[in-house]
Design a binder for this molecule. Structure first.
Ligand SMILES: Cc1cc2nc3c(=O)[nH]c(=O)nc-3n(C[C@H](O)[C@H](O)[C@H](O)COP(=O)(O)OP(=O)(O)OC[C@H]3O[C@@H](n4cnc5c(N)ncnc54)[C@H](O)[C@@H]3O)c2cc1C
Length: 361
């Protein structure tokens, strides 16, 4: 255990993009999968709970801090191949990019930065994740809530994860159909297996080519306005990055967790009622529908408002920006005002997307 990098009494605020939360007792950085069992043993010996942290872009710290061990995932490595035989990215020779196969397998270790993997795939001309450019995430966290944006999600490309099963202490491989991937809802973050698996690598299959119209609303709008005709992964990445930079806060400069609420999903009967009341919604193939929670918040008059130190973003009402909040209690107050107002006006109880760590003060 001497090899582990252990820090003590760090503010959770420093590890998360919303920048809230009291101190965590221990933060242990892991650089290889094999160190994870050692950290679990470290926690067990001290009778402390543990928590896996990537880049903290979907995690909010509470004021009382976390009397436990944060496992900070920094496991690096990217492997590429056309079959199950994968080569480390750093060992690929130039010949590889001259004879690119139609399909490619990318395996990235959990501590890699998600957007670095997207950039790599786009530069090689592979489609499948280009619309998910610039999502702040580690690779390991990407399947946890099945990240998605502008019409693409992990579920469409993921093949397998490697993980430590904390129930059995064994390293396992889980195939896509074992992950129960839905909208922000998976086996990793819901149900009896929530937090059971510590993901160490993610394997995806991508294809040469490009996405075809019709595109996701805001992307289509941008394409129309700028008369774009090149839908190659590299160009879609450029467009999505531009749209995101205009609309979403940059976590390096502005404290937020991105979308703070999840959209509302309705079955067919509910969608019919919502539509008859004039609520804008997107229909699924099965007749069910999705209502943008940002629209509901905007209709309640919150867009651009400052609530207990949190700005409801002027550009995307789904985003709460921590401008001057003193603590988690401020967040709880702002959240309650928004949730209650939406419920009173529309009858939907909108739910928070980010997870929370630690105790209330
Ligand atoms: C500005 C902004 C924009 C965003 N835009 C989008 C978007 O477009 N689409 C979208 O889907 N999300 C978006 N998000 C949310 C966020 O980017 C994703 O949820 C992302 O996957 C979080 O990654 P992370 O490494 O920061 O995870 P963390 O916040 O560190 O962790 C999130 C959860 O995953 C668990 N976890 C982390 N790593 C592992 C692992 N290796 N094994 C098992 N569990 C693990 C944690 O315990 C926690 O429960 C946005 C966030 C911000 C701040």
């Amino acid at each position: 255990m001497d090899n582990l990098k252990i820090q003590e009494n760090l503010p959770i605020a420093n590890l998360t993009t919303m920048r809230l939360g009291g101190n965590v007792r221990y933060v242990v950085t892991v650089n290889s999968s094999m160190e994870i069992p050692q950290v679990l043993e470290f926690a067990r010996q001290r009778n402390l709970p543990y928590w896996v942290m990537g880049s903290g872009a979907n995690t909010i710290g509470r004021d009382g801090g976390f009397h436990g061990v944060i496992i900070l995932n920094q496991i690096k490595g990217i492997y590429i191949g056309s079959t199950s035989k994968l080569t480390p990215l750093r060992d690929l020779d130039e010949g590889f990019s001259r004879y690119l196969p139609d399909e490619i397998i990318i395996q990235a270790m959990a501590g890699e930065i998600w957007d670095d993997v997207v950039e790599l795939a786009c530069n090689l001309g592979y489609s499948g994740i280009e619309a998910m450019s610039k999502i702040p995430s580690t690779v390991g966290a990407a399947p946890v809530q099945n990240i998605g944006a502008y019409g693409q999600d992990m579920a469409a490309v993921i093949q397998q994860v490697e993980a430590l099963d904390t129930k059995t202490g064994q390293f396992v491989k889980l195939k896509k159909d074992e992950m129960k991937l839905g909208y922000r809802h998976t086996r990793f973050n819901h149900g009896q297996d929530k937090d059971r698996f510590i993901i160490t690598s993610v394997t995806m299959k991508l294809r040469q080519g490009q996405i075809e119209p019709p595109f996701y609303n805001s992307l289509q709008r941008y394409i129309d306005e700028h008369q774009e005709t090149d839908f190659s992964p590299k160009n879609i990445r450029r467009m999505v990055s531009t749209i995101r930079a205009e609309k979403l806060p940059d976590p390096a400069r502005i404290a937020s967790s991105g979308s703070f609420f999840t959209n509302v999903y309705l079955n067919k009967a509910e969608a019919d009622i919502a539509e008859s009341k004039g609520t804008p919604l997107w229909r699924n193939a099965d007749g069910g529908g999705k209502i943008n929670a940002g629209w509901l918040i905007e209709q309640c008059g919150f867009k651009g408002q400052l609530l207990h130190g949190f700005r409801v973003s002027e550009k995307a009402a789904l985003v709460l920006i921590n401008e001057s909040a003193r603590n988690y209690t401020d967040l709880a107050k702002a959240r309650a005002e928004i949730v209650d107002a939406v419920e009173q006006r529309f009858g939907y109880r909108i739910e928070q997307e980010p997870v929370e760590i630690g105790d209330e003060a």
